[in-house]
Design a protein around this ligand. Structure first.
Ligand SMILES: NC(=O)c1ccc[n+]([C@@H]2O[C@H](COP(=O)([O-])OP(=O)(O)OC[C@H]3O[C@@H](n4cnc5c(N)ncnc54)[C@H](O)[C@@H]3O)[C@@H](O)[C@H]2O)c1
Ligand SMILES: O=C(O)C[C@@H](O)C(=O)O
Ligand SMILES: [K+]
Ligand SMILES: [Mn+2]
Length: 354
């Protein structure tokens, strides 16, 4: 029996609603497999925890998390109670950095059974490799003065090490897919970091002669992803560009609520973290109507990363079976509740697992 210790952080808002749905699916595949066991440990770290304790997680939170095999997270943020930069940096960004999860892998594809909001899209299937540890997300900077003289500086930080690492990951991934890598750039407007980004992309790409590599400015890339997403295979992007592109990826699939994300420690020195792309969705939290698919697809990514791709396939296949049968939450134009959608996917996992 292979037993795995998983740290579970449901977080805020709909995170608390979709995480249990995905855990049921993970329990189901363990059942089907027969030699796999999950030990869940729940951590109540979220904005309510912050209001009680003045921090998003305890002092030893990171060292506690580092003892687990993986981290399974919902979403954090309650902007009416805690400023978003406090909740994000106090938990999510901190875990990404301190557990050295420097690559964020975010697929987007046209799922069987789903209508994209794009009219007559050709089937698309791309993956955004988001640099996950630096770039535009940086503490370097500061503020002085107030009133009319108020001045703030926010520096973007790009290191050769992390930039090249994200790009290498993208080329390796493309070698298992369709051998095409597009780099999201903006070297016409951003004169230091982005020409550097382009140069590293050329250097890294030179080691992968079998891959087609090109740089596309982020503004045009956004338009192409709407007009012809089928042309893209792997896209490598900086932290902020990757963030924006992956909500767009969710949107053209049909909903932000179905997009998954894997924050990977590729060296496997510390746990990786699996969470959907979406946030805590305060506008629908507590209503039981959130789409659980992003969280469940995230569980598939965890299974893949842990060496159980056949179980991962089973989960994604069950998601598509369920959508094809018309079981959809409100964001996809249906009427299913979170519970109904999750139970249907669960039943289809068992059906496929027979
Ligand atoms: N990784 C994270 O934990 C994460 C990611 C993004 C935003 N946030 C935080 O979440 C809060 C809300 O941010 P936001 O509104 O910009 O983004 P959001 O992703 O929470 O919501 C954007 C829109 O998508 C909808 N949506 C998102 N997930 C859905 C789902 N599973 N089912 C159905 N509809 C869904 C929401 O209802 C909303 O209309 C903020 O505090 C923000 O900082 C956290
Ligand atoms: O990284 C962020 O900005 C948080 C969230 O928007 C995400 O996409 O994970
Ligand atoms: K999330
Ligand atoms: Mn985002």
């Amino acid at each position: 029996m292979n037993a795995y210790n998983i740290a579970v952080i449901p977080g805020d808002g709909i995170g608390k609603e979709v995480v249990p749905a995905a855990l049921r699916c993970l329990e189901a595949v363990a059942d089907i497999h027969g030699g796999l066991k999950w030990n869940w440990t729940f951590f109540p770290w979220n904005c309510e925890y912050y209001l009680q304790h003045g921090e998003m997680m305890p002092e030893d939170g990171i060292s506690t998390l580092k003892q687990f095999d993986q981290i399974f997270l919902g979403a954090v943020g309650m902007p009416e109670l805690v400023p978003d930069h406090i909740s994000l940096w106090g938990l999510l960004v901190r875990i990404r950095r301190e557990c050295e999860q420097s690559i964020n892998v975010r697929p987007a594809k046209l799922l069987r059974g789903l209508d994209s909001p794009l009219r007559n899209p050709e089937p698309f299937d791309f993956v955004v490799v988001r640099e996950n540890s630096e770039g535009e997300y940086s503490q370097a900077g500061g503020a002085i003065h107030s009133g009319e003289d108020e001045l703030v500086v926010q520096n973007a930080i790009f290191t050769r090490r992390q930039t090249a690492k994200a790009m290498k990951y993208a080329f390796e991934l493309a070698a298992e897919r369709r051998q095409s890598v597009v780099s999201a750039t903006k070297s016409n407007g951003i004169v230091h970091s982005m020409p550097f980004w382009d140069r590293v992309f050329e250097e890294v790409g030179a080691a992968y002669p079998d891959a087609a590599a090109r740089s596309v400015h982020i503004d045009a890339l956004c338009a192409y992803l709407v007009m012809r997403p089928q042309q893209f295979d792997v896209i490598v992007a900086s932290n902020l560009f990757g963030d924006i592109l992956t909500d767009l990826g969710g949107a053209i699939m049909g909903s932000i609520g179905i997009a998954p994300a894997a924050n990977l420690n590729v060296e496997r020195k510390y746990p990786s973290m699996f969470e959907p792309v979406h946030g805590s969705a305060p506008d629908i939290a507590g209503k039981g109507i959130a789409n659980p698919i992003g969280q469940i697809w995230t569980a598939k990514q965890m299974l893949d990363f842990m060496g159980y791709p056949e179980l991962g396939e089973l989960v994604l296949g069950a998601i598509e079976d369920s959508l094809s049968a018309g079981v959809k939450t409100g964001d996809l134009g249906g009427t299913a509740t979170t519970e109904e959608a999750a139970s249907d996917i669960l039943a289809r996992i068992y059906q496929r697992g027979k």
